[in-house]
Design a protein. Structure first.
Length: 180
């Protein structure tokens, strides 16, 4: 079995691979993780939380709601984010049979929605965005991001094109005048 890397995905995560990759004893791994499902869930959580923290940092550093949304979009649709999208795809697929992984993916999806929703509400409050329901707009934006991320993973759309599509969609969804 190949070693675990973001490009190999969670399908190759098992105690034997972790023991080999880390050079630890099987007992140490089984002390902390009684099943491959727990190990996969922990690996996903670690990667997804780090990615979300990175996105939040970029959002916090941007000065306006439009700039915050652009920074977020650039982060999640950058070529370097393809592995993160691939890990989410694996989590959704494995989550069909791994209840803990599905619960963690749902929890972290809610955190992404909150992050997007906060930016949308900030933009509505400042008058930059024109939306009727910030939570619905956040869900639609996340759905678009996830779809484009999935297409990037299978190389159906290059990152530059995904960003172009996303910018157009964001402007339309958020009621941003395209002449801005």
């Amino acid at each position: 079995m190949p070693p675990f890397t973001a490009s190999n995905g969670y399908f190759c995560v098992c105690s034997r691979v972790v023991v080999s990759d880390l050079g630890v004893t099987p007992g140490l791994v089984s002390h902390y993780f009684s099943s491959a499902e727990q190990l996969i869930t922990a690996a996903f959580t670690t990667a997804a939380v780090a990615d979300l923290a990175s996105a939040r940092s970029l959002v916090a550093a941007a000065s306006t709601p439009t700039a915050k949304m652009a920074a977020l979009m650039d982060h999640v649709l950058d070529e370097s984010s393809e592995d993160a999208s691939a890990l989410w795809l694996d989590a959704w697929s494995l989550g069909r049979r791994n209840v803990a992984l599905a619960a963690e993916a749902n929890r972290l999806t809610d955190e992404w929605l909150a992050c997007l929703g906060d930016v949308v509400r900030l933009g509505v409050g400042s008058g930059e965005f024109q939306v009727a329901d910030s939570d619905v707009a956040a869900r639609r934006l996340l759905t678009m991001i996830d779809g484009l991320g999935a297409q990037m993973v299978v190389r159906a759309v290059p990152a530059d094109e995904a960003k172009h599509i996303a910018r157009s969609y964001f402007r339309s969804e958020l009621g941003i005048d395209s002449s801005d």
